[in-house]
Ligand binder design. Structure first.
Ligand SMILES: [Zn+2]
Length: 490
């Protein structure tokens, strides 16, 4: 409650920190192979085990990938950047420090979609700890075990500016980032396997204020749904605190997606606790013109954010549809193939189909095959979806009948024209006596509604139209039926 007694409106302020494991052949600073699922500690050497005297050598491929990510995020790529030692003790860190980048990162500034990028830097991953309670008893023992296979895996850390204003936006933006990284081919971006990990910094402030509230950090949101529900829960928790007059404490929280609970992990370390200092075993990283040119040459022709913009501004799709198709590349690819088929139909004398009209048929398809299924693997080919959409456009079938045909296509595949013929679903038109007679019967069946329509109450027409649609099993065109009834009733 504020001084005037009204409820304060709060605005969430959200920033994300994303760690991406790069899919290089070898580790960040040694020649050990990256491996998944191999027996523990079979990919180690003196460097990644931190043995005295072993020296790191930078993985050129990791730098190449780091620069590609920087270019995709429209960052400024540093001509010269530095590696630092980030010192802390933990059993998964044999050297006692992680080689990372600190005040002179590889990439700064930038933007992806509507979120600005603060920085992008390179570092190495820690080893993997297997604890009891998370992975059960290992080797019949009750101890924790360290697997150094993961230690030294190249990581890119991406830090956004706090530009995100809702849990839904956070989720959608992370999907955009993942699609972008996948298209770059720099990582397998598998959240469930930890190759894409996301932390969220969350604070709230009175709407209209520009000051930042105290933030908390949610660690390791390992799916899009957890990110959204975790951030949502944290915003609600902070609102409750402020409404009760309690302060928000800066801390790191763990979100349990099963219970929805948020529990503190540890108080947030200040940067000076890490005693960062320049890595003396590595020279500054210089980005040559050749290195930049090689990264540019490997960039995809069109990134998802550019594709969304083309769908919206060149093809005239609704903004949310454009983003959906671009961020879920398989939907965009399918849509573009259907569009090409529709254009071919148009050249062959079919009705010209606007991209937006065609796009309206993707959602009903996804609804029928399941949102996690790639439509390209379904029974409905892009060509048959284009044919179906053009039959509706040409009023050969009604919209309701087309939905029924789509359901049949999903189950059995085939040609929509053949299905329409077989099921007797072609549209009933005004010219056919049947429809005029049905309109008469509808009026006779509900004289009260007919009187109201005569009296000027247009809304009363619903039951009359419904009667005809029922009798024709949805084959009649709703607009046409309405027109006929109004004509009949003067
Ligand atoms: Zn190694």
């Amino acid at each position: 409650m504020n001084a005037s007694g009204g409820k304060v409106e709060y605005e969430p302020v959200i920033g994300l920190e994303i760690h991406v494991q790069l899919s290089t052949r070898t580790k960040m600073f040694c020649g050990c192979a990256l491996s998944w699922g191999d027996p523990p500690n079979t990919h180690t050497c003196p460097t990644c085990l931190g043995l005295p005297g072993a020296l790191p050598v930078v993985n050129e491929r990791a730098i190449h990938y780091g620069i590609m990510i920087g270019l995709a995020l429209e960052c400024e790529i540093a001509e010269r950047s530095l590696f630092h030692r980030k010192n802390y003790f933990y059993p998964d860190l044999p050297k006692g420090y992680q080689i990372s980048q600190y005040d002179v990162p590889l990439c700064r500034g930038g933007r992806l979609g509507d979120v600005r990028i603060h920085r992008v830097h390179l570092e190495e991953d820690a080893a993997k700890l297997n604890h009891l309670g998370t992975s059960g008893r290992i080797h019949g023992s009750d101890r924790s075990w360290v697997d150094f296979n993961r230690g030294g895996t190249p990581l890119v850390e991406i830090v956004t500016e706090p530009d995100i204003r809702s849990p839904e936006q956070a989720r959608e933006w992370l999907i955009l980032l993942r699609t972008t990284l996948r298209q770059l081919g720099v990582s397998d971006v598998d959240m469930s396997q930890g190759s894409l990990r996301c932390d969220a910094n969350v604070s709230i402030r009175p709407a209209g204020s520009t000051a930042l509230g105290t933030k908390t950090e949610l660690k390791n949101m390992n799916s899009f749904a957890f990110l959204e529900s975790g951030v949502k829960a944290e915003i609600e928790r902070q609102k409750r605190l402020l409404e009760e007059g309690e302060p928000v404490v800066q801390e790191t929280l763990h979100f349990d997606p099963r219970t929805g609970n948020l529990t503190p992990l540890r108080s947030k370390e200040e940067a000076h606790d890490y005693r960062y200092f320049p890595e003396p075993d590595l020279v500054p990283l210089m980005t040559s013109e050749e290195t930049l040119a090689a990264a540019r040459a490997d960039m995809p022709r069109e990134l998802p954010a550019e594709r969304a913009s083309r769908f919206e501004h060149e093809l005239g799709l609704r903004a949310d549809t454009a983003r959906l198709f671009a961020f879920r590349a398989e939907l965009g690819d399918y849509f573009e193939r259907a569009l090409a088929a529709a254009a071919q139909n148009g050249r062959d004398g079919g009705p010209g189909l606007e991209p937006a009209e065609l796009s309206n048929w993707i959602a009903p398809l996804v609804e029928r095959i399941g949102s996690d299924t790639d439509p390209a693997g379904s029974n409905v080919t892009p060509e048959s979806l284009a044919v179906l959409a053009s039959m509706v456009k040409a009023k050969e079938i009604s919209r309701d009948a087309a939905r029924e045909v789509l359901t049949l296509l999903v189950h059995e595949g085939g040609n929509p024209r053949v299905i329409v013929e077989r099921e007797g679903l072609s549209a009933i038109t005004a010219e056919e006596d049947g429809l005029a007679e049905l309109v008469d019967r509808a009026i006779a069946a509900d004289p009260a509604a007919a009187d109201q329509v005569r009296g000027g109450n247009r809304k009363a027409i619903g039951p009359l139209v419904g009667y005809v649609m029922r009798e024709t099993k949805g084959r009649a065109d709703g607009g046409e039926v309405t027109r006929l009834i109004l004509e009949r009733l003067g």
